[in-house]
Design a protein around this ligand. Structure first.
Ligand SMILES: *Cc1c(COP(=O)(O)O)cnc(C)c1O
Length: 232
């Protein structure tokens, strides 16, 4: 990667930061309430380095295996990084996830909640988690269904003792995201949950208007992902 690409990525990062602050102010919110998670999936450490150098400290990855290849060295060099798991988590990867990640955004079923609780107890590493809600009720998408969210959130907090700090959603690509953001906010409010992980490159400003506290932005910072690897 040459200097020009580094300059581009830093300019895009600054632009996203400015838009976040503007969207927060427009919504009458403190820009400091919104954390930008730079989603670095599919990008190598060399592409992440300039973003780290520009002071960005929250990063998101969607695959445990890929994160295990990239992040141990980067975290050693930057111990103040917060690494967010934003992709589906299989129970057989829970032990690696709890070791490497700092926040899990994708708790969506009892078996996973139980496995996470067990591993966190074992490691003495009680990570904050989000419950993922499948607001669009899409069969292929992860997340607890909205109708089952109340019971599942209670179960995560009660039976499993997880530190649930908020809710996460990924709206259907072909629908107005605002409706999904509003639904997520409503469910969170019912449970007194303050954090909302919602909003991606194309809709993070809308998400902020609806109360997002964590926006997950990939391509608007890093540029387009290599095709075929752009799985979300
Ligand atoms: C890839 C991904 C993002 C970032 O998507 P962009 O459109 O590139 O901003 C956000 N959230 C999740 C869960 C993802 O998998």
């Amino acid at each position: 990667m040459d200097k020009g690409e580094n300059t581009d990525v830093v300019a895009r990062l600054e632009d996203v930061r400015a838009r976040i602050a503007e969207a927060a102010r427009a919504a009458g919110r403190d820009p400091g309430e919104v954390s930008l998670i730079a989603v670095s999936k599919t990008f190598p450490a060399a592409a992440i380095a300039p973003v780290l150098a520009a002071g960005q400290r929250h990063f998101g990855e969607n695959r445990v295996q890929e994160a295990r290849e990239k992040w141990p060295a980067l975290k050693e060099a930057h111990p103040d990084v917060t690494l967010h798991l934003i992709g589906p988590l299989q129970t057989n990867k829970v032990k690696y996830a709890v070791r490497l990640f700092d926040v899990i955004h994708t708790v969506d079923r009892p078996k996973l909640a139980a496995a996470l609780a067990r591993e966190m107890d074992k490691r003495g590493r009680h990570l904050p988690v989000f419950v993922q809600v499948n607001t669009g009720e899409e069969p292929q998408k992860a997340g607890v269904l909205p109708g089952e969210a109340d019971a599942f959130i209670e179960q995560c907090r009660g039976e499993y003792g997880l530190n649930v700090i908020g809710l996460m959603c990924i709206p259907p690509v072909d629908e107005e995201p605002a409706l999904h953001f509003a639904l997520l906010e409503k469910i969170a409010r019912t449970h007194g949950l303050e954090k909302l992980s919602m909003g991606m490159s194309h809709d993070y400003e809308t998400a902020i208007a609806f109360g997002a506290t964590h926006v997950r932005v990939g391509s608007a910072i890093f540029g387009p992902r290599p095709t075929g690897m752009a799985k979300s």
